[in-house]
Write a protein that binds this ligand. Sequence first.
Ligand code: 5GP
Length: 375
Amino acid sequence: MQAKTNLGEKIMRIYDDIQLDYCDILLRPKRSTLASRSEVQVLREYKFKWCSRPISATGIIAANMATTGTFEVAREMQKQHLLSALHKHYSAEELLSFLKKNAQEFGNNDLLFVSSGVSDADYEKLTQVMKSGLINNICVDVANGYSSYLINYVRKIRKDWPTALILAGNVVTGDMCEDLILNGADIIKVGIGPGSVCTTRKLTGVGRPQFSTVIECADAAHGVGGMICADGGCTVPGDICKSFCAGADFVMLGGMLAGHEESGGELVAKKLQTTELEGQDCTLKTEEKLYKKFYGMSSEYAQSKHYGGMKKYRASEGKVVEIPFRGPLEPTLLTILGGIRSCMTYIGAKRLKDMPKCATFYRVNRQLNTIFGNE
Ligand code: 5GP
């Protein structure tokens, strides 16, 4: 619903429908005939509007951030039939050499995306990589998907590679999803501001709660034969489940995959002092703890690391955090997949694709019992 307020000659528009985030809802369990988690099928066969090559995967994509779109993360993701958008700071030579090796190990590069911005230099590098024939999937990523540069770029690369898989974003409204799909994109990346290291909402006041974004964008995209990828804002496996249930075909993860052995980012060792009290004795202990740096791609840190400094007309829209080191990625991925399987049995969805059809949501104002902390 749209409220209109007359301010003299100007019409102020306020959309007053409630906008929800993952933390505002829970899924309602349903009676089902699924006896065990092993009976559900998390692999989905994806067929696309423009791309002629179907893929078989569980639709989770490692974000094309310098810390999560790494070759090492991609390897672990593929072992679990998950996807990766390789970050755009690898050179064409590095990408080609990796893609050759990867195709020998996994049979093809169908679960990988090569990432691109919309500049001439991005286009040149993309052309060099695509010409090799080693990869068919492209992720076009700009912070503001409403810029006409994005739609023009999508049109241009669709013309160049008529059967490529094109993932493009980011936007948060159905109209823009439709436009991008009709102009050549297969999958639209949706989300402005929900990311774990994103400060866009703070800096600009722009954004939309992610759960409502997914519902509207999925409906619009599906209506014109496209798909969506919900990008950002997942903090626990349950959020990924909610996103699939809201209609996301793919879910992109940054923070949940960061801080692992395979993730990028500097490893930092910190000495922490703790006191231990035993009876009357108090001992001072020094412990070393490992942390990994994780940073937003529009942060000042990323701008200086990858672009040699921040341009004067820009402000940082991302932050840097240090995550306690989490060890290898595999257990985290297995926990995520376990969570999805379990969700599917709770709601009676035999196939990943059935999740939205089986989902009913409760609006809630409390998710967790935090008496023993938030973990
Ligand atoms: P997460 O899974 O960490 O919540 O969100 C990951 C997503 O955050 C990325 O895929 C990307 O869309 C977004 N992102 C990454 N870095 C930045 C940044 O510096 N600024 C903004 N606004 N978004 C970012």
